[in-house]
Design a protein around this ligand. Structure first.
Ligand SMILES: *[C@@H]1O[C@H](CO)[C@@H](O)[C@H](O)[C@H]1NC(C)=O
Ligand SMILES: *[C@@H]1O[C@H](CO)[C@@H](O)[C@H](O)[C@H]1NC(C)=O
Ligand SMILES: *[C@@H]1O[C@H](CO)[C@@H](O)[C@H](O)[C@H]1NC(C)=O
Length: 432
């Protein structure tokens, strides 16, 4: 989609001046500062429960006048910090068109970037149809921040073609916009558990170097057994879909660096993505070549790179802000989330949940109770000024105005827990 002149002021905010590696020590200070501001937010969050804040809450009556703006979530209040934004890469396979579109509607915000990838298992017709449907949404067309990859890749979750496709998407997003702060890769089975206003509001208070990556170096012998096989992913060199195959030989786990494993989806800082794609340090490339012959490398690649890099290992938070439910032991597989999980999911304070089935009733409940979103409409936020309750986002205002709600408080609690002194360092790239 070509970007037409945007009616929404898309801020060309200068990319955050990222601290040099020497300044990583300052990160801690920064963290402390943001923790304090988050805690202040927490103190006040109760006041923001009322949907229309009472004007009587004047700044003079508050002991923390500078934080008034956060609390008085008035539709016309500009956010005090520059607002963070996210670059989303959303991947789906054959038949996932409707799930991808529903997900984009549910996580839409004019400040973000969206790149949709229907992988090569889907026909070209499906990609064309996706592009047409995106083009048909007035706000997507006007802001020009939802794009579809025309030249798709295979993204076999069991092979390395998925990592290759993720890096491809990240490279396009880096080129596409200078202003995003975090990269988030989702697939068609994800769905948000808070609004974008909630998420962007909380992220705006965090240091932009943080990487949210589930990781562990614990690889039991059974798992190590599964990591020693040498596999080949034909998605890298065949134009038709074919399954990965196993070589008869096995190899040892690496000892030049430490392997970490985790969850394929993560929230990665722009600086880290830049390092993986453009970095002059060779670790991201050597790791990629090593993983090209490992099964399920998608769950190991970013984990291993971030934890073995001296520059980035202090920036990792051991949680991807997602809610997933696994069988115990986990190798039995991931649960599909349904209505029974609703309470636990919401209480978890996560930003996204996975795995959901197409149009599962729990998604309707999330739309209704959390996102306040009508079917086929984008999730509403501070930038929506329309009078129509069913679709306020037909009239567009300032994209820098956020209207966070209960979801922001849930996420904030979760993040305060993750960034508390003990949790943050005690779970960072630990070698078992
Ligand atoms: C907020 O902005 C809208 C549209 O610009 C305007 O109609 C409304 O009066 C403003 N509200 C306040 C409280 O300033
Ligand atoms: C990061 O890497 C450096 C150098 O390899 C190491 O000394 C430090 O302990 C690592 N920190 C974490 C949190 O892993
Ligand atoms: C990520 O890690 C946290 C704790 O470290 C755990 O509670 C959560 O379930 C994990 N999420 C996934 C998707 O593995």
């Amino acid at each position: 989609m070509q970007t037409t002149t945007s009616p929404i002021p898309t801020t060309t905010s200068p990319t955050t001046t990222a601290p040099s590696s020497k300044e990583t020590r300052n990160l801690y200070l920064l963290l402390t500062i943001s923790l304090i501001s988050i805690l202040l937010l927490l103190t006040f969050s109760s006041t923001s429960t009322s949907p229309s804040p009472s004007p009587s809450l004047s700044s003079s009556s508050s002991p923390f006048p500078t934080h008034q703006k956060l609390i008085l979530l008035s539709p016309n209040t500009t956010h005090p910090n520059p607002i963070s934004s996210i670059a989303y890469l959303i991947t789906g396979s054959d038949g996932d068109l409707d799930r991808l579109l529903r997900l984009v509607f549910a996580i839409y915000h004019p400040k973000n970037q969206y790149l949709l990838h229907l992988d090569l298992t889907a026909s070209g017709d499906q990609r064309d149809e996706l592009a047409l449907r995106v083009e048909g949404v007035p706000v997507f067309r006007a802001v020009g921040n939802v794009n579809v990859i025309g030249k798709a890749d295979f993204a076999n979750p069991k092979g390395v073609s998925a990592v290759s496709a993720t890096l491809h998407g990240a490279a396009i997003l880096l080129k596409y916009s200078r202003s995003w702060d975090w990269f988030v890769n989702l697939d068609a089975a994800h769905y948000p558990l808070i609004t974008q206003d909630d998420l962007l509001h909380i992220l705006s208070y965090l240091p932009k170097d943080l990487n949210f990556v589930n990781h562990t170096s614990y690889i039991g012998w059974r798992e190590s057994h599964r990591m020693k096989p040498i596999v080949v992913d034909p998605g890298l060199y065949l134009s038709s879909k074919s399954e990965i195959f196993y070589a008869t030989q096995r190899r040892e786990l690496p000892n030049a660096y430490r392997m970490f494993t985790g969850s394929p989806s993560a929230i990665l800082s722009r600086k880290f993505i830049d390092y993986c794609i453009l970095g002059s340090d060779n670790l991201p490339r050597t790791a990629l070549m090593y993983f090209s012959n490992m099964p399920s490398s998608q769950a190991n690649y970013f984990q291993t790179v971030v934890c073995n890099s001296q520059e980035f290992n202090k920036t990792v938070v051991n949680h991807n802000l997602q809610y997933e439910s696994w069988d115990t032991p986990p190798k039995l597989g991931q649960h599909v989330l349904g209505l029974n999980d609703f309470g636990g999911m919401v209480q978890s304070g996560a930003a996204f949940g996975s795995r959901f089935l197409l149009d599962d009733p729990v998604l309707d409940r999330i739309d209704l109770e959390i996102l306040n979103r009508e079917p086929g409409k984008v999730v509403s936020g501070g930038w929506c000024l329309g009078e129509d309750d069913k679709d306020p986002c037909t009239v567009w205002g300032d994209a820098d105005i956020l209207r966070p709600g209960a979801g922001a408080r849930r996420l904030e609690k979760g993040i305060v827990r993750l960034l508390s002194n003990e949790a943050f360092h005690a779970q960072q790239c630990i070698i078992d």
